[in-house]
Design a protein around this ligand. Structure first.
Ligand SMILES: *[C@@H]1O[C@H](CO)[C@@H](O)[C@H](O)[C@H]1NC(C)=O
Ligand SMILES: *[C@@H]1O[C@H](CO)[C@@H](O)[C@H](O)[C@H]1NC(C)=O
Ligand SMILES: *[C@@H]1O[C@H](CO)[C@@H](O)[C@H](O)[C@H]1NC(C)=O
Length: 209
């Protein structure tokens, strides 16, 4: 009730004061409903400064491609191969143009593959340039730990010639309900054609807290 009185006081015009009463009554209702569920409602927080995301975390993405004999260890598989005419000319020159890979990759908090997992990255990427190595990705980070439950959904061009690339975070669920932001990727390791590690600096600019 304290909050309700404080809100009404500064309003002068009849219209705005009746509006405030309605809003305050709604807040009271929502507040009571929240209490009935044993906790407060989450509210939208929007960052007003690029340097101050409302939530930030760094994770590492590990992609182990199926190589023909690592069945148990592989977390990703090439599901398409380009037509023969393209694969011979383009694969030979290292662009992988037309190759689509589906993955269920481990995501960790520390760099090492064997470190504590925090999420899975589930989705796909494909190589989309004839002239150079370049990819496009779409996936969910699926969190299911003591710290977080829910998903973040990422998509966009992985401009592999750049040292850092930004993917859009287009939404989220659970602890990341309705989140939006940007994930800055950088490649931290490449072992042959069958393993690479990306650092993902996740910055959310819209959060429900
Ligand atoms: C598995 O495949 C890789 C590359 O394709 C090869 O270097 C390695 O020797 C193979 N390992 C076994 C146990 O066959
Ligand atoms: C691949 O081939 C294309 C066409 O011949 C060429 O323009 C391009 O530079 C080559 N890319 C690489 C990475 O060698
Ligand atoms: C699984 O793959 C990673 C990345 O290539 C490699 O470092 C690791 O030794 C592999 N583990 C096993 C058990 O094969």
């Amino acid at each position: 009730m304290q909050g309700l009185i404080i809100i009404i006081k500064p309003s002068s015009s009849k219209l705005s004061s009746s509006l405030v009463v309605v809003v305050a009554a709604m807040m009271l209702l929502l507040g009571l409903a929240g209490v009935a569920h044993g906790g407060g409602r989450r509210r939208l927080v929007v960052s007003s400064n690029e340097d101050e995301p409302c939530r930030r975390m760094t994770v590492y993405y590990h992609d182990i491609l199926y190589s023909g004999n690592n069945t148990a260890n592989a977390t990703s598989a090439a599901v398409t191969r380009p037509a023969a005419a393209l694969s011979t000319s383009r694969w030979a020159n290292g662009t992988y143009f037309g190759l689509l890979v589906v993955f269920d990759d481990l995501v960790t908090e520390e760099q090492a593959l064997a470190s504590e997992p925090v999420a899975r990255a589930q989705g796909f990427y494909f190589y989309d340039r004839k002239e150079a190595l370049n990819a496009w990705m779409a996936f969910s980070l699926v969190f299911d730990s003591a710290a977080y439950r829910g998903t973040l959904n990422l998509m966009g061009a992985d401009l592999m010639a750049e040292e850092t690339r930004d993917l859009s975070i287009v939404g989220g669920t659970g602890d990341f309900f309705m989140s939006r932001g940007v994930a800055t990727l950088s490649t931290k390791a490449i072992e042959g054609a069958f393993y690479f590690r990306l650092k993902m600096d996740i910055k959310l600019y819209e959060c429900y807290v």
